[in-house]
Design a protein around this ligand. Structure first.
Ligand code: ZN
Length: 428
């Protein structure tokens, strides 16, 4: 059982995605063209934000995005099985990405509750909830994406997100992951042909389904289920490892991290592993520590580009020696006691990082390093509270002075344990 925490990027509350209407071209186009509908835009995966207000998304109306919408979404124009499968709410391969995100039904949800209390006869129409519809639109990359809108700018994704409200951060996370996925998967992994967008941005199909190549066998992707046809979410486990008494936590650091920063150990879940397996494997590989019971705490969407951070706690056996020579990922790892961590998280500087440090961690996460663990552990630091001043370029050394902020799930796990409000050990 989890801790029911709501993490940054998770929506707070999320949009009503109405995923079941994505294949309906009439319903989607009605929302696309509604006066109240709003659009958030990206260029080179950077969000359109207000000038001098990095953390405020710009919500464009239908008229403002006319030049990027083109023909909108097209439909099958027929009821044959083939037409329905290959032409449900689609866009041409040359069209820029346009994604239906969902409806903000918060107001109506509250009204619905009141209505329900007043009259049991009035029911909520879950198929057509009222509210503002949101779409994400891609301006494009580089020169082709040039799009001047006065009073706005294209914001650095991590810096912008770090200043957003929780609700806007959720919208941003969903939109950025989908725009990224659509622009990254323009060719069929099975046959190399172009792909095109289906289901209002939530599916991609091989163009040979629309335009068969004479004399060639149909592309294998046209039959059966294929995970590349749908947006991916890749799980990463982030773990708070405790000693048997639960009064110490294992934190580590990489040499490239900002000075004095320690965080939870972390790693990708590999195929054929459960979360629990991945926690035990990663802690053994990174620190040589054997972990017994593991339990799930909470999770966090992470749109760089499409991860799901899965926060877990685990209990280690006492008396083990920490070692780094198995995978050589960490520069240091230590057991820290609760008073040490508690004083750090209550200190105004205990989770402050300069903009330069955030960017450096972002680069580390996106560097394409061939050591994949470099990427995922850099991910353990989320958009953070910033302070002015340059970061320390030359790493530190082994003195704990900072942990991630609570906008990162690692920071949340550390605080949950440090606050001691939950008896974590007896639940492990
Ligand atoms: Zn194909």
């Amino acid at each position: 059982m989890g801790d029911n925490l709501v993490n940054f990027y998770a929506g707070q509350p999320p949009l009503n995605r109405l995923s079941f209407i994505r294949p309906s071209v009439d319903k989607i186009n009605a929302l696309l063209n509604a006066e109240s509908t709003r659009f958030i835009a990206f260029k080179d995966l950077k969000p359109l934000v207000q000038e001098n207000e990095l953390g405020k998304l710009v919500f464009l109306d239908r008229k403002a995005v006319e030049s990027r919408i083109g023909d909108g979404y097209m439909g099958s124009g027929g009821d044959s099985k083939e037409a329905v499968r290959t032409m449900e709410t689609y866009r041409k391969p040359s069209d820029n990405a346009l994604v239906f995100l969902g409806i903000d039904d918060r107001t109506s949800a509250r009204e619905n509750i009141e209505t329900e209390i007043q009259s049991s006869e009035k029911q909520v129409d879950l198929a057509n909830p009222p509210g503002t519809a949101f779409f994400a639109v891609d301006a494009g990359r580089g020169a082709e994406g040039e799009w001047e809108i006065s009073g706005t700018q294209w914001g650095d994704p991590r810096s912008s997100a770090s200043s957003m409200s929780g609700w806007e951060a959720g919208l941003f996370a969903q939109a950025r992951a989908l725009i990224d996925w659509n622009t990254r998967n323009r060719f069929c992994p099975m046959c190399g042909s172009q792909t095109y967008s289906l289901w209002a941005g939530w599916k991609r199909g091989c163009i040979t389904g629309l335009e068969p190549i004479p004399g060639k066998e149909p592309c294998p992707s046209l039959e059966g289920l294929h995970n590349f046809a749908y947006p991916r979410t890749d799980p990463v486990i982030i773990m708070g490892i405790l000693n048997s008494a639960g009064d110490k936590i294992l934190l580590g650091r990489q040499a490239k991290w900002p000075k004095g920063m320690y965080s939870c150990l972390a790693g990708f879940v590999e195929p054929g592993e459960s979360f629990e397996d991945a926690v035990r494997r990663e802690v053994m590989e990174e620190a040589g520590i054997e972990v017994g019971p593991v339990r799930y705490s909470s999770s966090q969407p992470w749109p760089y580009p499409a991860n799901l951070m899965v926060g877990c706690f685990g209990r280690a056996k006492d008396g083990q020696r920490i070692r780094f020579d198995l995978d050589n990922e960490l520069e240091d790892a230590q057991w820290f006691d609760r008073p040490t961590i508690r004083s750090l998280v209550s200190s105004p500087t205990g989770s402050k990082y300069s903009e330069a440090e955030i960017k450096r961690l972002g680069k580390l996460a996106n560097s394409g390093s061939n050591h994949k663990d470099d990427q995922e552990t850099a991910n353990a630091l989320a958009p953070s509270e910033r302070k002015t001043g340059e970061g320390d370029a030359e790493g530190d050394k082994r003195g704990l002075t900072r942990v991630p902020p609570d906008t990162a799930i690692a920071g949340k796990l550390i605080r949950l344990w440090a606050d001691g409000g939950v008896d974590l050990v007896s639940r492990l």
